[in-house]
Design a protein around this ligand. Structure first.
Ligand SMILES: Cc1cc2nc3c(=O)[nH]c(=O)nc-3n(C[C@H](O)[C@H](O)[C@H](O)COP(=O)(O)O)c2cc1C
Length: 380
């Protein structure tokens, strides 16, 4: 990556009920289609390049009702013109050939804007309730790696072959292949996590590594390790084929820092304690279940878990100027994309486009002049 490349922005599609924070605070966000269609159109007018839908089959952290991610993503693609929509999918519940076919069609219907987020999963009950086996943490990631290799093979080969432990593909020719988009070998594949296994997969096979919310050091540490896995796998460090980084953050931009801080305080003060504690116990299947205890949510506090992807840790909270400064610092540390959640999505995405984004772009131009090439050293 060079600093002349603009930072891109994604937003979490609120396709599950209850918004992005597990709190009884008022949230003027709706999980239904009408709201989401308008939101997607607003987002693409306000500088967003991507939308990320969530996959949830049963209630958790609230989220009592959920719209399915792939069908919802397709609806948003058809309602927009430029926005790329990333559908979250679980390898244990999809066959890669069926998903590859689904994406190819969605890609044709949308002019090459379909993408996927391969989630290895943490919610055991979802699998057991559907009668599917629940694999041990690192096995889930081994399956995800094969799943990603299968997608890529099917999208790019006329005689797709894969002899894996989880999937077998033989002389398969997908027609039509996804749309040929300049600069993209195939629909983009995102994959997230925090554990050693997630980082390894990110470096070895994903186009994008998604990080949960992190402070500067926490983000840098992941970037360096994922890049190291990529280097070992023989991937380039920059340019086409290099792994790219997306970072989650819950954004609270207000005219004054005091208002923004007060908003955060109120969200946490009104946390739905029972739902947050229920979530804390369910995610023991993720980070805390790994051998080195490094996975996602392994060290999250109660406050962190009120935004269930540790989004407060990124600290995109304050005035537009303060938020732009942090965005630029994350860019310096390797972020290509910021994935944003909001309390009141519709109003706040508009506020972001009007007040925050122009400052980010100004500061990016200054950064590109000051430091044309990124520093890849720890803590830089
Ligand atoms: C940006 C991002 C989005 C995610 N979206 C989902 C999702 O929609 N559904 C889901 O079950 N898990 C989702 N996950 C969680 C991952 O599936 C996985 O369980 C988690 O990253 C486990 O991390 P670990 O390997 O560090 O333990 C997401 C993770 C990240 C970082």
């Amino acid at each position: 990556m060079s600093f002349t490349e603009p930072l891109t922005f994604a937003y979490w599609v609120p396709n599950v009920s209850g918004g992005l924070v597990t709190s009884t605070i008022e949230q003027r966000t709706d999980w239904g289609y009408e709201y989401n269609r308008t939101l997607a159109q607003t987002a693409e007018r306000n500088g967003f390049d991507y939308a990320l839908s969530q996959v949830r089959y049963m209630a958790s952290y609230g989220a009592d009702h959920q719209h399915e991610s792939t069908s919802f993503s397709l609806a948003l693609l058809l309602a927009t013109e430029r926005l790329k929509v990333i559908a979250a999918v679980h390898p244990g519940l999809w066959h890669p050939g069926v998903l590859a076919k689904w994406v190819a069609t969605a890609d044709h219907l949308s002019g090459g804007r379909a993408a996927v987020n391969v989630v290895s999963g943490w919610f055991k009950d979802e699998f057991t309730s559907l009668g599917e086996p629940w694999l041990e943490h690192d096995e889930r990631y081994r399956r995800s790696e094969e799943f990603i290799r299968a997608l890529r093979e099917i999208w790019t080969s006329d005689h797709a072959e894969l002899r894996g432990d989880f999937y077998r593909i033989h002389d398969f020719d997908l027609k039509p292949k996804p749309v040929a988009v300049p600069g993209r070998a195939h629909p983009e594949i995102f994959q997230g996590g925090n554990s050693t296994a997630a980082r390894r997969n990110g470096g070895r096979v994903a186009d994008w590594y998604f990080s949960n919310g992190k402070d500067y050091e926490g983000f840098t540490e992941q970037v360096l390790e994922v890049r190291e896995h990529a280097r070992e796998a023989g991937r380039p460090q920059t340019g086409p084929g290099a792994v790219r980084f997306g970072l989650n953050g819950f954004l609270i931009a207000r005219d004054s820092e005091r208002e923004a801080r007060e908003q955060l305080r109120e969200i946490v003060a009104k946390a739905n304690v029972e739902a947050v504690e229920g979530f804390r116990s369910a995610v023991q299947q993720a980070g805390a279940s790994t051998g080195d205890g490094r996975g996602m949510w392994a060290d999250s506090t109660f406050e962190d878990l009120v935004q269930y992807n540790d989004g407060f840790r990124t600290q995109l909270i304050g005035t537009p100027e303060q938020i732009a400064d942090r965005a630029i610092e994350y860019k310096r540390r390797g972020a290509n994309l910021l994935l944003l959640g909001f309390l009141h999505f519709q109003e706040e995405i508009e506020y972001f486009g009007r007040h925050v984004l122009p400052i980010v772009r100004e500061k990016e131009a200054e950064l590109a002049e000051r430091e044309p090439e990124p520093q890849l050293v720890a803590g830089s």
